[in-house]
Write a protein that binds this ligand. Structure first.
Ligand SMILES: *Cc1c(COP(=O)(O)O)cnc(C)c1O
Length: 340
């Protein structure tokens, strides 16, 4: 299959170029010593934590397409939702500012009592960057309805809101990770480098589903593992499949996912989304101390814990290369000092 043509989709540019691919030499050596027969994979990282809209992350790629769509729509305000320490909300706000738009959030208090007006991390940045309004709703609320209410309020004021779903995960947002697959393919060709696996986080699923669609659209065979940050595979896989299919449909490509290409890994996010566990703490400390690579407690710490767990169980053999997509999230680190 030839590369999909993304040029027909409106897009803004928030990053200055491809994100680096880096080999984690010390970490790989230490990890191998804990794998069956002391043989483990060579771990690489794609630095999507260095995307634009500093400090950027996977949401930056999605926002390039979503903000462009909002501008075409004539919106003056971006409306989105997330948890109290949402990276997605922070990056949406940065994109809004860049485009001269205003921004409103609906925050879901997924862990009761976790929203604090004086919180640090991303919450501090929401205030610093001047979010127009934050509406806090209890866990399990209908987020789409709550965001529509904001849009209706703006309409009554003679303004126009553009609603972006949680995580920016819809077909348009997923295009960001189709672009990522193309970028990675070019880097691999240029560096004569191949990977035997890609490990990525799987939450609202735009990243996992978008990247899966991107790999399929670019004819890339490398297995993709999505580590759940809030759901085990039986609940997560249908969301990822829906996202990947809607991205493929938007691209006008075949609407099936070949048997075995959709891999969801569970067991690393418990006890609950955003709450710490031992494996996350180990992963965050290990990467900080072996590589000076900062992960975050909510996403990339648990996702790396998944990679470590798979490696210890012998998922990959010596000489294989595994690529970890670092999706960002660093500001949340500073809200978890007490557990780290
Ligand atoms: C949102 C987020 C994820 C998960 O991506 P989804 O597209 O929501 O599945 C992973 N890592 C970080 C740092 C995030 O902010």
């Amino acid at each position: 299959m030839s590369a999909p043509d993304l040029s027909r989709f409106p897009r803004r540019t928030y990053s200055s170029g491809p994100t680096p691919l880096e080999r984690l030499e010390h970490f790989s050596r230490e990890l191998a010593s804990q794998c069956p027969e002391g043989q483990g994979p060579e771990v690489w990282v794609k630095r999507d934590d260095q995307l634009g809209l500093f400090p950027g992350g996977n949401k930056t790629r999605k926002l390039e397409f979503l903000a462009a769509d909002a501008l075409i729509d004539g919106a003056d305000t971006l409306i989105t939702c997330g948890a109290p320490q949402s990276n997605h909300c922070r990056i949406t706000l940065s994109a809004a500012i860049r485009e001269g738009l205003r921004c409103r959030f609906v925050i879901e208090e997924r862990v009761p009592g976790s929203y604090r007006e004086d919180a640090s991390g991303n919450h501090f940045l929401f205030r610093l960057m001047g979010v127009e309004k934050i509406t806090v709703v209890p866990a399990g609320s209908d987020m789409a309805a709550a965001m529509q209410k904001e849009a209706d309020e703006l309409r009554d004021l003679g303004r126009k809101g553009y609603v972006i779903p949680g995580g920016g995960s819809n077909a348009i947002g997923g295009l960001g990770y189709v672009a990522c697959a193309g970028e990675l393919q070019q880097q691999m060709v240029a560096a004569k480098l191949s990977f035997d696996a890609i490990v990525v986080g799987s939450g609202s699923s735009g990243t996992h589903g978008g990247l899966l669609a991107g790999l399929l659209a670019h004819g890339m065979q490398v297995p993709l593992y999505g580590i759940g940050v809030s759901r085990d595979p039986q609940d997560q896989a249908p969301l990822v499949e829906k996202e990947a299919l809607s991205v493929l449909a938007l691209l006008g490509l075949e609407e099936t996912i070949p048997q075995g290409r959709l891999r969801c890994v569970g067991g690393y996010w418990q006890p609950k989304y955003s709450l710490p566990n031992e494996a996350m703490i180990e992963a965050v400390r290990w990467l900080a101390r072996s590589e000076g690579l900062l992960l975050d407690p909510v996403y990339t710490g648990k996702i790396m814990a998944g990679l470590i767990g798979l490696a210890r169980h012998g998922e990959w053999s010596a000489g294989q290369r595994v690529l970890f997509i670092h999706t960002g999230g660093m500001p949340a680190l500073f809200e978890y000092q007490d557990v780290l």
